[in-house]
Ligand binder design. Sequence first.
Ligand code: ADP
Ligand code: MG
Length: 591
Amino acid sequence: MGYLPTDPANFASEAIDGFAAAYPRHVRRIDGGVMRLAPIPTGQVGVVVGGGSGHYPAFAGLVGRGLAAGAVCGNIFASPSAGQVVRVGSAVERGAGLLLTFGNYAGDVLHFTLGAERLRRQGIDVRIVTVTDDIASAPIDQQELRRGIAGGLAVYKVAGAAAEAGLPLDEVERLARKANGRTRTLGVAFSGCTLPGADQPLFEVPSGRMAIGMGLHGEPGLSEGPLTEAGPLAALLVERLLAERPADVPEDEQRLVVLLNGLGCFKYEELFVLFGAVNRELQGRGVVMADCECGELVTSLDMAGVSLSFFWLDGELEGFWNAAADSAAYRRGQLAAESDGPQPRPTQRPEPELPSGLPSGPPTQPAPLTPVQQALLARFKAVEEELQERVEELGGLDAVAGDGDHGLGMLRGIRGARESAIGACGRGCGPGEVLMEAGEAWSDHGGGTSGALWGGALLAAGQSLAQATEIGPNDVAAAFGAALQAVIDLGQAAPGDKTMLDALQPFCLRLRADLEAGLDLAQALQNAANTSLAAATATADLLPQRGRARPHGQRSLGHPDPGAMSMAYCLLAASAGYVGLHGVADPAQAS
Ligand code: ADP
Ligand code: MG
């Protein structure tokens, strides 16, 4: 993607820095994303949008009066971390609570949910409304499984206007849900998109064909057809969307907001040609177009494609849709003067640097490391080296039915976790605390579904070791058991759903069995890791039931699950040459 050579690891944050510099009348850069230049008045609900980067004008472009109070900005195509959600949420909140609203993707849901819990612990009332407008991603009776795409604008606009009108959080939440329930989108792609720094597109659409139902993150389309002219394409989109008219809207009383969205590489003139065709289709069917937008609303890097959204209005929603707003990317009407007078500038905290190459030796002012700490840090190092080797392999596996970010996400996660573990060891923390801090860092830096799950798993393992002074084989098994339970609780996957669980659970079962059979810990860990790799490899035969890959089940047959493979690689690296967490040299090595 793009023309200027760029460092992919910094691309997203540099883009947000530059965006904030380009729109100084609208936004300011804060740790985790952007917020409105003038904070919302005291007592106003804060609407916070967010998601991965690569979708401009979503999400930072929608921050402004009458719209979002802040945006949490993740890495390219990766959900922001729970920590970012907390930092943006606390920066914008002004006493009336927060509505967090974002597209329904597993990683975003996990991180925003964890972030909301942390904000609630600070005494803030937080609600979540996920956007589920993409009709191609699940059938109507499973609407809660649908992804969120360009129709999100209807939800964000209504919620932002309701908050600006001074409505309480209950009402802002209700209206956002109502807007989401009456919005449907269908997209079509003519080409794939390429991640910054990559020399291959994430996927391709054969020339002369179009992929119908293409996801915003480059998830492959659900079906493919020959390219058509604007007329038949408009007819196809309009027909599919009208077939999903909300149950309480009579057929002859439909008033629609029509959003025609370009996905990144689709010329405006060509959009207008298609819009004309959509307009004729609607007129032919007697459907009233009450309002419309035609342009780039939510993009997918350099994907060529379009999506059409219908938002069915009623009297109440129409008022909020038409209300004035002023953000970098969306403006309408005339806003009243700010009521609250000049606002104090919130204190700016610098965005934490992405962890990169880490010192291989101990920290600069080291308390001498205990044998337990040394053993633990050696395992973090081994896992980081393993993941460094596997970035491309894991990214490739994730591109089969997902978004291709798994290798990079895992590497960012382990780097953050290891850096934080080194710091905690330097402060003299015990293994429980070290793992807990590493878990928070993993979820902050890793992003994505796997980042939240790995973060949660390490946190739980750390908690289970927090009380232990001596760590024996059973404590190690209990820590892995706690990690397993955290992955199940957070991700709600079952064995056989084709997730990382299918590698972690066999590991835990084998570890327990071998320990009970009297094997020493080092041998039991090694056996369990081998079992895990075999189980991960065997996920090739499974159909994914969870996460981003679920709608593309067939495509992933024959390929193992990326999260299961990375789990097995990490377990292998962590157990190979195991020297004993209890700090005693490995008996196998001694003999
Ligand atoms: P994202 O899907 O957000 O891009 P990653 O690509 O980093 O996240 O991770 C994808 C992996 O996460 C999948 O291969 C799968 O192993 C794992 N995963 C996804 N959803 C779940 C879930 N609900 N429970 C357990 N693991 C999951
Ligand atoms: Mg992924």
